[in-house]
Design a protein around this ligand. Structure first.
Ligand code: UDP
Ligand code: MG
Length: 317
């Protein structure tokens, strides 16, 4: 499928409904890469766009067939699957990922390569002066905090997709066959000598974010449950503590009623309802959490094809 000869640099870009951004992206990205003086390829994954993104990519492939490759998914499988499909096909010694909406300026790529050349195997970008909505910025700070507490992944900014990976890291990611994964975190877990650099962040060039609130929750669930079982353990501890707490409360109620002979009118019913509802909610959260892990196990066990490629436009020398 892919050409065998290797190149020095592969740039991987997931594309989902970005027709308005692609022309500007091309205009800025290709000159940066041409100026590097390294052999390179760019892999675009069209993640089931419903706009003209694919047509725009086809035109670009025709214009620069020497370095442009396009993977076309039949449906939307999400940003991380789009990157995964490209990782399975890259030929580069170094792989850089980047968003298509120009929030990660292509001009920052050389900064990452410098670090790779200095001997690091995985470079994470973190966004200086982040240009996102108030809600996104703070939600992401919160998730950062939760991730720090529940997993052993050390990362300044997990949401920044401008990152560079050395070949062995990408190979390890591909071999892991991970589903529902959060690629930057997976890469971190395979890396021996990671480093980080600050990169500029710009406002989305055109259009709105492709992440709905629901998609964001799914993605962050992937990050936490994909890399740690701490939520399960915290949950069990919390449930145990609350069980002890409510038992004590019931004992206290009995003591007041039968030893001190108080609360004759109001004894029991309301308090017990309160306790019952509380325990019920604890149980429900627990079932949901277990379901989440079981669901993931199921997806891995059934080993279904993770995405489907409709067409692949490859490089032509
Ligand atoms: N993307 C994708 N599939 C999706 C959602 C997003 O391939 O289901 C791509 C999108 O085209 C962009 C990158 O992932 O290149 C980041 O998406 P977006 O800018 O919407 O996310 P945000 O910057 O708001 O985190
Ligand atoms: Mg964006």
């Amino acid at each position: 499928m892919s050409a065998p000869s290797s190149v020095q640099l592969s740039v991987v870009i997931p594309v989902f409904n970005e027709e308005l951004n692609l022309p500007t992206l091309f205009a800025r990205l290709y000159p940066v890469l041409d100026a590097l003086g390294r052999s390179y390829e760019i892999l675009f994954t069209n993640d089931g766009s419903s706009d003209r993104s694919l047509a725009v990519l086809r035109t670009q492939h025709a214009a620069r067939p020497d370095v442009t490759r396009v993977i076309d998914f039949n449906a939307n499988y999400g940003q991380h699957m789009a990157i995964m499909a490209a990782f399975e096909r890259v030929r580069g010694e170094v792989i850089v990922t980047l968003d298509a909406d120009l929030q990660n300026p292509p001009e920052e790529i050389p900064k990452l390569l410098e670090k790779i050349d200095a001997g690091h195997d995985y470079i994470g970008g973190y966004r200086l002066n982040r240009q996102d909505s108030f809600f996104r910025t703070y939600a992401s700070k919160l998730i950062n905090f939760v991730r720090e507490k529940t997993t052993s992944i050390e990362m300044t900014d997990q949401g920044c997709m401008l990152r560079a990976y050395s070949r062995p890291i990408v190979d390890a990611i591909v071999r892991s066959g991970a589903i529902n994964t959060f690629i930057p975190a997976l890469a971190y877990s395979f890396s021996g000598k990671p480093a980080e650099v600050g990169v500029k962040h710009e406002e989305r060039h055109a259009g709105v974010s492709n992440y709905s609130f629901y998609k964001l929750i799914r993605l962050n669930f992937d990050l936490i449950t994909g890399f740690s079982i701490a939520p399960l353990q915290y949950f069990t501890m919390f449930a145990m503590a609350s069980a002890v707490g409510s038992l004590t409360l019931v004992a206290l109620l009995f003591y007041r009623r039968f030893v001190l002979n108080l609360d004759r009118e109001t004894f029991g019913v309301f308090t017990l309802f309160g306790i019952l509802f509380f325990l019920l909610s604890v149980a429900m959260i627990g079932i949901g959490l277990i379901g989440e892990y079981v669901g993931r196990t199921y997806q891995v066990v059934r080993a279904r094809q993770r995405y489907h490629v409709r067409e692949m436009l490859d490089v032509k020398a």
